[in-house]
Design a protein around this ligand. Structure first.
Ligand code: SF4
Ligand code: SF4
Length: 274
């Protein structure tokens, strides 16, 4: 993303909408500027502000005159008054930033928008996690924090070493050059994302081992990490296998949300169960 300095009138509206804090008003040039290294190409600035097409010279003159009178002339807060944002033509590898950070862009590898994966939330339909298995989602980054690939790499290497199965329909897995070692492409290592999810599964008896592994690696990772654990309920809608393990590890479990698979069942084993 770029801000056209010929159009920007330094009103500062866009600095509040950038979830990464990547936009700042340069007091020397008196224009807003984007820190390219911090920008994750989420397009929140471009799509989140209404674009008006006022004449920049006129707006600057009005702002100067009002300032002299110790008054302010500011546009509405949700507007870029001069349509100064200009999206870049993104090429590889920078385009990866947008794929993981703009929720309206589907991932090439999975066709799914946002972080690019359906996760275990749709397990009733997808059947990713079978009886006797436990699925993990390891989520890196958040608005305001983000994540760089070398941090994700640390976790992938550790998980691969532990012999887990990486979910095939996951965009991080699709960026691996070697799934057996969890090695990600070298040419994306300089890229920053809003957030990303690594998905794995293991036999249920390895639940505690994997939780502890994630706890260990998390300490070496320079971003926030959120761990999700998914398992199949029994015929009464209960889980008496994974829940006790998580409780023993100190998690307090509460039933907050149940996703019911009302879609087309796309795997044979589930079909038999259904
Ligand atoms: S909203 Fe537009 S005019 Fe205002 S500071 Fe940002 S880019 Fe410049
Ligand atoms: S594209 Fe997103 S991260 Fe980049 S400057 Fe705009 S709002 Fe900030």
């Amino acid at each position: 993303m770029k801000i056209n300095p010929n159009k920007c009138v330094a009103c500062g509206n866009c600095t509040y909408v950038c979830p990464m804090g990547a936009i700042y008003v340069d007091t020397v040039t008196n224009r807003s500027t984007i820190n390219r290294d911090e920008c994750v190409e989420c397009y929140a600035c471009y799509n989140g502000l209404s674009q008006e097409h006022l004449n920049p010279t006129v707006v600057r003159a009005m702002r100067s005159v009002f300032k002299m009178m110790r008054l302010r002339f500011d546009p509405e807060p949700d507007v870029c008054p001069t349509a100064a944002f200009e999206p870049d033509e993104l090429t590889w590898p920078r385009v990866v930033r947008r794929a993981f950070s703009d929720p309206r862009v589907p991932h090439e590898s999975t066709g799914v928008e946002g972080r690019g994966t359906e996760e275990v939330k749709t397990n009733d339909v997808s059947g990713r996690v079978k009886v006797g298995e436990v699925g993990f989602t390891i989520e890196f980054g958040r608005p305001g924090v983000g994540v760089r690939f070398p941090e994700i790499q640390k976790m992938c290497w550790a998980l691969a070493k532990a012999g887990v199965s990486f979910e095939k329909k996951n965009p991080i897995t699709s960026l691996m050059t070697d799934v057996s070692t969890g090695t990600l492409r070298e040419d994306i290592m300089g890229e920053k994302l809003m957030s990303a999810i690594v998905e794995i599964k293991v036999p249920v008896e390895r639940t505690e081992e994997i939780v502890r592994l994630v706890w260990d690696v998390e300490k070496q990772v320079d971003t926030v990490v959120a761990l999700g654990v998914g398992t199949r309920c029994d015929e009464n809608g209960e889980d008496h296998v994974v829940a006790p393990i998580l409780e023993k590890l100190g998690y307090k479990l509460e039933r907050a949300k149940t996703n019911i698979g009302l879609g087309r069942i796309s795997n044979a084993i589930n079909k038999a169960v259904a």
